[in-house]
Design a binder for this molecule. Structure first.
Ligand code: ATP
Ligand code: MN
Length: 324
């Protein structure tokens, strides 16, 4: 039997290079090798308090995007989180086993609460995420580095549940790749995020927009430095992700010898990114042209995910004494 993987993405804005490299591109690579459950985390997206129109727009965008990057409903089980009420039900059941101290440690809450205000959804978000994962008995979760702490908490929650009631859940592991932490182009101390303006290159950005963002990207002031600045290292990571390996080697050597032209690096990088995104944009146009059809593509995955989720929740309800 294939190992089971679960992962989700929030419809909280335009998907960007960080999402693509840290998570989505891996999903596509993994979809045939594993039994994959990938979902649109629409309930999670409420934590940033979007208007209804904004949320609807983001959901349509994300639904079309997941298909445009190459996820195939014949290979992976694709669905919307909100279509499976067992996610929120299990989250409630788990929440009584989670200490406030555990939630208080979550660094993402601290960062986001500064921007979005301290709402309870943002605070308990990691419990819903634990439910997302444990509901499907996933062995592993392909994510970016910013989610490691939440997966660690999921493992703790799984262990607490098992200790309190009996063995039901197996603690999942994260799956990371070399590109699991893409930094903001305008500030290399922060991660690239949908919700931080100016930090990202969107997967649908126009070519000239991409060129402009890269041209404005922070580099460093000390050309002779032995180790690259975090900003420059981030540009090199992107070059490695999208470019040709010989090119990367050559530019790395030039950098080490203190003769790298930053404008050449940026031109090359823009070109590589534009080339990589162009087929995605084309596919996106097709998938987003018919919204009803787009929604239908997710129905078989929804049916399958629901059946799995119901099975787990029935077991859980029995073992906790809610049903007999
Ligand atoms: P938000 O700012 O609303 O939280 P986000 O850009 O962080 O949005 P999410 O939907 O929260 O996107 O995350 C989707 C996936 O993308 C997760 O696996 C996350 O770890 C990954 N991811 C997000 N940002 C980056 C990044 N800068 N580098 C690598 N992976 C990332
Ligand atoms: Mn996030």
């Amino acid at each position: 039997m294939k190992k089971r993987l679960v992962s989700g993405i929030q419809p909280s804005g335009q998907l960007h290079l960080g999402n693509y490299l840290g998570a989505l591109r891996q999903w596509v690579e993994l979809q045939d090798k594993y039994d994959c459950y990938f979902f649109l985390a629409d309930y999670h997206a409420l934590t940033s308090q979007p208007s209804a129109n904004q949320l609807r727009e983001n959901i349509d965008h994300t639904a079309a995007m997941l298909l445009a990057i190459g996820l195939d409903p014949k290979s992976a089980t694709l669905f919307f989180q909100s279509a499976i009420p067992e996610h929120t039900e299990l989250a409630w059941i788990l929440s009584s086993l989670v200490g406030l101290g555990q939630l208080n440690r979550m660094t993402q809450y601290k960062q986001k609460a500064d921007r979005a205000g301290q709402n309870a959804g943002l605070y308990t978000y990691p419990i819903l995420m634990a439910a997302d994962i444990l509901l499907y008995g996933a062995e592993a979760v392909p994510v970016g580095e910013d989610q490691i702490q939440h997966i660690e908490l999921t493992r703790e929650i799984a262990r607490s549940f098992n200790q309190h009631y009996g063995e039901v859940f197996s603690p999942p592991k994260p799956i990371l790749n070399r590109f699991s932490r893409i930094m903001a182009l305008n500030d290399p101390t922060k991660k690239m995020s949908k919700s931080v303006p100016g930090s990202a290159i969107g997967l649908l950005d126009e070519d000239n927009q991409i060129i402009r963002t890269i041209r404005r990207a922070v580099t460093d002031s000390d050309r002779q430095a032995r180790t690259p600045s975090p900003a420059l290292a981030n540009l090199f990571t992107l070059l490695e992700a999208f470019g040709d390996l010989d090119q990367v080697r050559q530019m790395t050597k030039q950098r080490e010898e203190g003769r790298l032209s930053y404008s050449e690096l940026k031109e090359q990088l823009s070109e590589d990114i534009i080339n990589a995104l162009s087929p995605i944009k084309k596919a996106y146009k097709q998938f987003s042209s018919d919204k009803a059809e787009l929604r239908r593509i997710y129905l078989p995955g929804e049916k399958k995910a629901r059946a799995t989720a119901q099975e787990t929740l029935a077991r859980v309800k029995k073992i906790i004494g809610i049903s007999s």
